[in-house]
Design a protein around this ligand. Structure first.
Ligand SMILES: C[S@@+](CC[C@H](N)C(=O)[O-])C[C@H]1O[C@@H](n2cnc3c(N)ncnc32)[C@H](O)[C@@H]1O
Length: 256
């Protein structure tokens, strides 16, 4: 077996993360740069290091999962969400089930909670999931840099954050609106009956095969007329193949 394939198999056994579903070139670049940083000459010895050192395994997982995020990332899309998509969903007159499916340190999920505050709608359940436990821990803590909250509208920032020594602490009333949980998109079962799913800035790391599988799972996970919201470089090539209809750039509706 080629050394990389063997590494991938071993990592799957050790962590449940299937690197074969992540784009190989990009993944290799990241792995080799970590190996260099740790003076590891080959993949086999690097795997041994990961197996026996929790610190290095943590470093590896953090580096390959890429947690970069910010509140209201790509603000123009959030305006479309607020003005054009949410009114459609709210018209359903039910408790909305919303899922932020690769939530990193919570920025996206809390942006949703803030947006529902802004429009004064509180019949909503927000679930936020990620594969990375460290990111989820940071999400539950809810402390952010000034840069990360840059796109939060001033009024929301004033009302729902406490600022201390340059850090922005999200208030408890927003925190309690979001439920965080570990979920591996490539392995785990998806929640059902979601009215809105966000899957943003993670598909770019996956192979075509993985994406194909995920679009089908997201379709099944949506309620009738549910909406799927993707990242700025992640438009679905043939949405109808998966039962989606594009209703706005980056927003897809589930067709029955
Ligand atoms: C760049 S962040 C995106 C955060 C947010 N959605 C945004 O757009 O700002 C990518 C996130 O995907 C998560 N991720 C990577 N592989 C995953 C998987 N197989 N299942 C669930 N989350 C995954 C990473 O841990 C990371 O937090």
């Amino acid at each position: 077996m080629e050394a990389y394939q063997e590494f991938v198999t071993n990592i799957k056994k050790l962590t449940r993360i299937d690197l074969s579903l992540y784009k190989e070139k990009q993944m290799k670049r990241r792995i080799y740069s970590l190996m260099k940083r740790n003076n590891m000459a080959d993949l086999a010895s690097y795997f041994m290091l990961l197996k026996h050192s929790e610190r290095h395994l943590k470093e590896f997982l953090n580096y390959i999962t890429i947690n970069v995020s910010e509140f209201f990332r790509n603000p123009a899309q959030w305006t479309v969400l607020e003005k054009e998509i949410l009114p459609l969903l709210i018209a359903k007159g039910k408790i909305l089930k919303v899922w932020s499916s690769a939530c990193a340190s919570g920025e996206e999920a809390y942006s949703l909670a803030l947006l529902f505050e802004k429009i004064g709608y509180n019949k909503v359940d927000i679930l936020a999931t990620d594969i990375d436990d460290d990111a989820l821990e940071a999400a539950r803590l809810g402390v952010y840099s000034e840069k990360s909250v840059e796109n939060v509208p001033e009024e929301l920032k004033r009302t729902f954050f406490m600022v201390k020594e340059g850090k922005y602490f999200i208030k408890e009333e927003i925190k309690k609106k979001v439920k965080f949980k570990n979920l591996n998109l490539l392995e785990d079962e998806f929640p059902k009956n979601c009215d809105l799913i966000l899957c943003r800035n993670v598909m770019i790391y996956f192979t075509e095969e993985a994406k194909d599988r995920l679009y089908k799972k997201f379709y099944d996970s949506l309620a009738d007329d549910g909406v799927f919201f993707v990242g700025n470089t992640e438009q679905i090539l043939m949405p109808q193949k998966y039962g989606f209809m594009s209703i706005k750039s980056f927003f897809y509706k589930k067709l029955k």
